[in-house]
Design a protein around this ligand. Sequence first.
Ligand code: COA
Length: 455
Amino acid sequence: MSSKYISPISMDALSSLCGELGKNNSINKSDFSRYQVKRGLRNEDGTGVMAGLTRICSVEGYYILDGEKVAKEGKLSYRGYDIKDIIESCVEKNRFGFEEIIWLLLFGNLPTEGQLQSLYEVIDACRALPDDFIEDMIIKNPSKDIMNKMARSIMCLYSYDENPDDITIPNVLRQSLQLIAQVPTIMNSAYQVKRRAFYGKSMYLHPIVPGLSTAEYILRQTRNDKKFSDEEAKLLDILLMLHADHGGGNNSTFATRVLTSSGTDTYSAITAGFGSLKGPRHGGANLKTTAMMNEILENVADPTDEGQIKDYLVKILNKEAGDGLGLIYGMGHAVYTLSDPRAVILKKNARELAYKAGYEKEFKTLENIERVTPGLLHEIRGIEKDVCANVDLYSGLCYKVLRIPEDLYTPLFASARIVGWSAHRLEELTTSSRIIRPAYKSVSRKREYVPIEER
Ligand code: COA
């Protein structure tokens, strides 16, 4: 384990510096409306500021009628194909779909059998990391946080690339395909190293075998005995498909596009996606939902009872329970209103496995939260807008059913979303030649410089 670094900056010094910082960093709330600032890049009605055009993905949760936002059932489409149709077809035909989605998002069309086969071959060829990478970059200096280790590993891969800074499309496509294949390998290696370094458990680095779907590969590598059922792999495949992209405006994809627009290298741009996704308001929300669920199960005698769950959720909203922020995790979305299609699909496909695995009570608790939260937000917070369950309400339980450790919840999201980041980076490079550069209005008053001896 890496030795602990004790910061030479004392708490006393910090508290005095924070006093200075606080004095000079406040901005009147009214100034934001005075200067018509689009806070969070949102319009007055909460819709996102239009920042670009994309052919890759569409996220629909409302429509505008006579200038008013009208709620509708959510729809997520990849390259024009409804994700619901893609997943329903995969379930019906009992086949894996994530690799098909990789092809669709990157190249724009559904792959033929031959194209899909060639993609499997490329992924197989790229799964392994460079010689000694695991020893030199992952085992040394382990991290408590797998997302942190993954981001660092991606940055390190820059120095193993003979042509890292070339941003022509063939080179970026090569780098993207390599990273899409390598990220699950990095994730598992980082997790195994954490098990050993922080939990005192054995580290399993199973040899890589070819011919597996990404879902099978992940379950095989992360399980000590390498065993999993086809039903489990198909549920993980659905999770990967649902997390592969969510339009150009989601925080991590936008971050990737922002860095791409500066002309930087693939490793830097993709690392930005990791840094963003780790945040609890974005990909990290699945961990928050799990923590909230565990707390409810510990404190509510019968969480499947509507009255009892309501009482506890009121406490969470009033900041007397939960993480103290007053948020019911797994509920609400910036775009979706009546429903988040990802939550609807997960709920439908996870129920049977959850019941089989003995998580019936947990599943019913989530359904209860989904049912009562919109009314509570209205009664207690006066929120008029429609609030629905988002993808994170059910994703944590799916991972639990799959016996996936909590350490891997957000990293799994990243293993899927890297496909979207790559597709958007390639689109940014082919369709835009302008650096993304919004404006910040300065609200500082003008001051004359004062020489140091006169202050
Ligand atoms: N619990 C409590 N309050 C919520 C809420 C929730 N789950 N969802 C929305 N609200 C509140 C917001 O805080 C906001 O209050 P304010 O006007 O006092 O600031 C109001 O409802 C309207 O919010 P809205 O415009 O719908 O949301 P947003 O676009 O600003 O934020 C989320 C969307 C996802 C960040 C928000 O719904 C949330 O924090 N949800 C819980 C975290 C979560 O599950 N994240 C995963 C998203 S996939």
